[in-house]
Design a protein around this ligand. Structure first.
Ligand SMILES: N[C@@H](CCOP(=O)(O)O)C(=O)O
Length: 432
């Protein structure tokens, strides 16, 4: 498999080089030259496949010969070594729970896959790989956990000061070892811009082998397709296809779902469920795409004003607004409605949504109301315990911390505070 840069002025590369570089030298995102077709035999008999076999068959064409098949099988098996249950909430809405991994968010899949690939690629290399990653909440913890102790790789996480939840902050600031956290006095978009500038800087590239662990990196982005296939394995009526509502911030997750659909996964329709940071729903409504300055919300992981992966969504549909709109609807959900949704779903169905899942639930319920007879699922992207204040206030009940997360509260936060400027980041990196 070859990958091309969406800025179209850098040479094509294979999976290894795309993963090791993160971003193309012309600052473009890598995109697969061709979209592999998932064999009909797999789709028609999907319940006969184990999760591991399915994951291996989906990822193999994207990885090509960059990793031996036996090693790839091992990597995908370790990546998905936890449950992905599809839980019914109402008669026509189910929740695909993606929070049963080590950091209780969907990012564990991409982070675990990428860390293992990078660990494999950096074996026997003298030069350490430095992963720079920006987070609005969940990516940071997942990447910290996925890369902790990986030989030959160090991770530097940039997160926006005061804009991630306390559990998220503990997850990304308490690992130590090869993980360093930088608290940036700005927004997620500032963090992401600083990281992207670093990849293009000649001095930094002379000192470091830099890569990204955001979904701009194909090794982080592509495995996010897997749980859409796991959802279809559990979907009860494969004649009546699901509408899938995805809480969307940087748009890597929904773009992976759209890619899975383009490769043959049966899905009725996708919904990009956003909070008020809604540049993409706005584009779907008006045909004009205008990145916005991000504002803070209760669904903080989606507080992204300029979603990196929107360009990949455009590429999938050849920049055709009419075609995109056939496959994808956008919704904007306010904090007040998010909180009412958590309360309403808890009171009526005894299901506890996190704020991101609640945004998706509201959008899906609204869509199904105007499309009677359809059924759908939300991607429940994070555990409610990551947002205890919002969830407890809405449900009137304490959120119980799962035993596997309790250790976090005895750990000491360690981070370096930084202004939101690339020159500050550069100076710090060069002085280390
Ligand atoms: N929602 C993210 C923002 C970064 O997204 P990514 O998928 O590109 O890593 C977060 O939780 O950090």
């Amino acid at each position: 498999m070859q990958y091309f840069s969406l800025n179209k002025t850098a040479p094509d590369v294979d999976f290894k080089e795309a993963a090791v570089r993160g971003q193309a030298p012309d600052k473009g995102l890598y995109f697969p030259r061709r979209i592999p077709t998932v064999e009909k035999e797999i789709i028609n008999n999907i319940t006969n496949f184990s999760k591991e076999e399915l994951a291996f068959r989906i990822m193999l064409p994207y990885v090509g010969t960059a990793i031996p098949e036996k090693v790839l099988y091992q990597i995908v098996s370790e990546t998905i070594d936890f449950p992905f249950p599809l839980v019914p909430i109402t008669e026509n809405i189910s929740s695909l729970e993606l929070f049963h991994g080590p950091t209780m968010a969907f990012k564990d899949v991409g982070a675990r896959f990428m860390s293992r690939c990078l660990g494999y690629f950096s074996r026997g290399q003298d030069k350490k790989v430095t992963v720079l990653v920006a987070t609005s909440g969940d990516t940071g913890g997942a990447v910290a956990n996925g890369f902790l102790g990986v030989e030959g790789v160090e991770v530097i996480i940039l997160y926006p000061s005061g804009k991630v939840s306390p559990v998220q902050e503990l997850q990304l600031t308490t690992c130590g070892q090869n993980i360093t956290a930088l608290e940036v006095k700005g927004s997620f978009d500032d963090c992401q811009a600083m990281v992207k500038d670093a990849f293009m800087d000649a001095d930094l590239n002379a000192h470091y082998s830099l890569t990204s662990a955001n979904s701009i990196n194909v090794a982080r982005w592509l495995p996010q397709q897997l749980y859409y296939f796991f959802a279809y394995q559990q979907w009860p009526n494969q004649q009546e296809l699901p509408v899938v509502a995805v809480p969307s911030g940087n748009f890597g997750n929904i773009c992976a779902g759209l890619l899975a659909q383009a490769s043959g996964l049966p899905v009725k329709h996708f919904i990009a469920a956003c909070n008020v940071n809604d540049a993409v729903p706005e584009y779907l409504r008006t045909g004009s795409y205008q990145p916005k300055k991000a504002v803070a919300t209760v669904s903080n992981a989606m507080d992204v004003g300029s979603p990196s992966n929107f360009i990949r969504v455009m590429e999938l549909f050849h920049n055709d607004h009419t075609d995109i709109s056939k496959h994808l609807s956008g919704y904007t959900v306010s904090d007040a409605v998010t909180e009412q949704t958590i309360a309403g779903v808890f009171n009526r169905y005894h299901y506890v949504l996190d704020p991101h899942g609640a945004v998706a639930y509201h959008a899906l319920a609204d869509y199904l109301y105007t499309h009677p007879g359809m059924k759908g699922m939300i991607l429940e992207t994070a555990h409610p315990v990551k947002f205890p204040e919002t969830v407890s206030a809405a449900t009137g009940k304490e959120v119980t911390v799962p035993p596997e997360a309790q250790y976090l509260f005895s750990r000491k936060k360690q981070r370096i505070v930084m202004e939101p400027s690339f020159s500050g980041l550069k100076e710090w990196l060069l002085q280390r």
